[in-house]
Design a protein around this ligand. Structure first.
Ligand code: PLP
Length: 306
């Protein structure tokens, strides 16, 4: 459990960070959030926050969609994060959860004329999907929320009911994760991850117009695959059955990191185990997030003084 939280403009003991049952966001899901990882590097004795400015830029974009007045800049949110992590003193992999939400108390569905608040906590975090080396997934019977209903581009708390429905359906049916199709029947993403296929050596991922969250890990992998592995990614609509005929498949996100998918709807992907390109991408990703690749060190913000 975390010991502290950022709440009402200051860092307070976690027990003091409480909201009322009348809070707008609790009643209507009117909040946005981020999920950021910080990686502990034992050799350097340092905790590195991965791509922190990019996460706070996305939080600002989410705020625009939800009419949330976010009074802290990207830099200020970064300072709060570092201060919170220092107070916690974590020396292990950590997950940071910033929240911005409609904090007025009362009844009435709307986004305007409401107070906005910012909160943040951080907790030790290991794996999100237990079988990162070989996840078995199903295509969900639930469809992804649409841009003209609940925009997936913004990381809206209420929209995660959609992810939760898909995830629980998958787990209760004996799978590790769900892949969700959008209203057009194209592959959108995992319940809380973006998705890449490998076909004939080519990396393919659905474009940002397929009701995906515009993932920071997704962008990271597109860049790393291009720059370091000489593999450009094609962003194009993906059919459901391409999942069945892909040579390799992986899910990626801050939580899941890079998880190899070894079967879809009980059909083995490729040889039914992690393929060579996924293996390469995973190894590179884990080196980069831990600050071990100097070229990408600027993506890693150190928490503690050197
Ligand atoms: C629905 C959804 N898609 C994709 C992602 C991956 O995004 P990112 O790589 O920015 O964490 C997430 C969150 O982590 C998510 O919740």
């Amino acid at each position: 459990m975390p010991r502290f939280a950022f709440f009402d403009g200051e860092i307070v003991p976690i027990e003091a960070a409480k909201v009322s049952i009348m809070t707008h966001a609790f009643n209507y899901g009117t909040g946005c959030f981020e999920g950021i990882r910080a990686y502990w590097d034992e050799a350097e004795g340092q905790l590195f926050v991965f791509r922190m400015p990019e996460h706070y830029q996305r939080l600002h974009r989410s705020a625009r969609v939800l009419h949330i007045g976010l009074s802290y800049s990207v830099e200020q949110l970064g300072h709060i994060t570092l201060e919170l992590l220092r107070r916690e003193g974590y020396r292990q992999d950590t997950y940071i959860r910033p929240l911005i939400y409609k904090s007025s108390e009362g009844v009435g569905v709307r986004l305007h004329d409401l107070e906005d608040s910012v909160a943040m906590f951080a907790l030790p975090f290991g794996r999100y999907v237990e079988k990162e080396e070989g996840a078995e997934v199903m295509v969900s019977s639930w469809r992804r929320v649409g841009d003209n209903a609940v925009p997936a581009r913004a990381k809206i708390t209420g929209a995660y009911v959609n992810s939760a429905l898909a995830k629980t359906e998958a787990v209760l049916n004996g799978y590790d994760e769900a892949i969700v199709l959008n209203q057009d029947g194209h592959v959108s993403e995992g319940s809380a991850e973006n998705l890449f296929l490998v076909r004939d050596g080519l990396l393919i991922t659905p474009p940002v117009t397929e009701n995906i969250l515009e993932g920071i890990t997704r962008a990271t992998i597109i860049e790393l695959a291009h720059e370091e592995l000489g593999r450009p990614t094609v962003e194009r609509p993906v059919d459901r059955t391409e999942l069945y005929v892909a040579d390799e498949l992986f899910l990626c996100g801050t939580g899941v990191q890079v998880a190899a998918v070894v079967s879809v709807d009980r059909r083995p992907v490729g040889g039914g185990q992690m393929g060579p390109i996924v293996r390469q991408v995973r190894e590179l990703y884990f080196d980069v997030v831990r600050g071990r690749v100097s070229r990408y060190r600027h993506w890693c913000t150190p928490v503690y003084e050197g």
